[in-house]
Design a protein around this ligand. Structure first.
Ligand code: FAD
Length: 391
């Protein structure tokens, strides 16, 4: 098939690689003048790494990423361990692929190179799509400069503010969740040895606020994500904020968290507004479909948004191989993806509530009752987007 993908983020590039591998003709139109990602970390669990592996990226992930030993959930002030969950070798043994923490720029560059190895003319930059149309034989995208392109199928991988979504579902807006995310990276050399954590993913849980810390680039860089509730605040999508505000949000937190805040480059403190949408069960028209944040934007509290986009890419490519008309192939893709992605959106919101309990006693009980390790292991990480039955 002749396929247009709108957006060259993690989801769009994963879809391009999966579709090119299966022999389709692919063009990816990206609005930005260059290919780039946010300067922060990302976690990739076995369910997504299986797909990255099939693109030949395992060695690249090993070289640029970090394999954390465990998740540790700790109280924000005392550092008391509330819950643990092994990762490392056990994650790979149980779920069929490793767990990596990697710089977004490194993951994005690895995907770009995988696509370029298959066809180096696929990605077209500086091409902002403003409208989508379709008839019985083609789907077309119209660009800001007045030109257009047509194909058999258009795939919207254009993120939470998707233009493709307007065509398929209508102009529904994402909803501000009342939560904000600080994101920073700090060279580990700037942290005193006694204030460094082990190679872990540590979730520091506090009242109406939590922070996640983990390593990138072989342990040279520490990633900090701070998620604070601020329901009534007017918030733009991404904003540079004074370091003082970041510091106030984490006043009184554990010395290992404070050490990171104190070491942050004070001119580089960015805060994101966290938006999501109620899950959809259907997101395709006759010749246009979507994947990733364009469909199922989620809070990041299970670290699964990009993993879902990568899974979508693999399942869409498989569905397009079925011996059936295009509309049936797209229905199969949605039916397979909708319940799983909806569950991720819903459980990610629940995780925010769990991480933000204030009393130490309630927190211990909630973590004990919720047993995150058990619930996630059963359905989330063992899933294989390349092999699980599509019927
Ligand atoms: P995007 O990354 O938004 O990419 C969309 C692309 O489309 C962009 O390149 C954009 O420029 C382009 N585009 C948009 N509109 C147009 C247009 N009109 N024309 C042409 N191009 C267009 N997920 C994980 O799996 N693990 C994690 O650890 C994790 N941590 C997170 C931490 C935070 C704080 C946040 C906010 C999110 C986190 N996520 C994580 C979620 C993850 O970042 C997103 O789910 C993922 O990036 C979505 O990818 P995407 O390709 O669907 O969309």
């Amino acid at each position: 098939m002749d396929i247009i993908i709108v957006g060259a983020g993690i989801g769009g590039l994963a879809a391009a690689a999966a579709l090119l591998q299966r022999g389709h003709k692919v063009r990816v139109f990206e609005q930005s003048p260059q290919l780039s990602e946010v300067g922060a970390g990302i976690q990739m669990s076995a369910n997504a790494v299986k797909v990255l592996d099939a693109f030949g990226l395992r060695r690249r992930l090993e070289a640029t990423g970090v394999r954390p030993k465990a998740f540790e959930f700790r109280r924000f002030d005392s550092g008391e361990l509330l819950h643990g969950m092994p990762l490392g070798e056990l994650h790979e043994q149980q779920h069929g692929a490793p767990y990596f923490q990697i710089h977004r720029g490194d993951l994005h560059a690895a995907l770009r190179d995988a696509v370029h190895q298959l066809d180096d003319k696929v990605v077209v930059l500086d091409s902002k799509v403003v409208r989508v149309e379709e008839d019985s034989s083609h789907a077309s995208v119209y660009f800001e400069n007045g030109s257009s392109a047509s194909a058999d199928l258009v795939v919207g991988a254009d993120g939470i503010k998707s233009v493709v979504r307007k065509h398929v579902i209508g102009a529904d807006q994402p909803v501000f969740t009342g939560q904000l995310a600080w994101r920073c990276t700090v060279p580990i050399a700037k942290i005193a040895p006694e204030l460094r954590t082990d190679i872990l993913s540590t979730i520091w849980c506090g009242p109406k606020n939590h922070a996640v810390t983990y390593y990138l680039r072989g342990g040279e860089l520490l990633n900090f994500v701070g998620c604070v509730e601020r329901p009534n605040e007017e918030e733009s999508w991404t904003a540079k904020r004074p370091w003082r505000e970041l510091s106030e949000d984490y006043a009184g937190w554990h010395p290992k968290v404070r050490a990171i805040i104190d070491a942050v480059d004070r001119s580089q403190c960015f805060r994101w507004a966290l938006n999501n949408r109620a899950p959809s069960m259907s997101w395709s028209s006759a010749r246009v479909t979507m994947l990733g944040d364009a469909v199922h934007a989620t809070l990041p509290y299970m670290a699964q948004g990009a993993a879902m986009a990568i899974e979508d890419a693999a399942v869409l490519a498989r569905a397009l191989e079925l011996d059936a008309p295009l509309q049936e192939q797209l229905r199969t893709y949605e039916w397979h993806r909708a319940p799983r992605t909806a569950r991720v959106v819903e459980e990610s919101t629940e995780m925010g509530e769990l991480y933000h309990i204030s009393s130490a006693e309630e927190m211990r009980k909630a973590f004990h009752d919720r047993n995150i390790a058990k619930s996630r292991n059963e359905w989330l990480y063992s899933y294989d987007p390349l092999r699980d039955s599509l019927t």
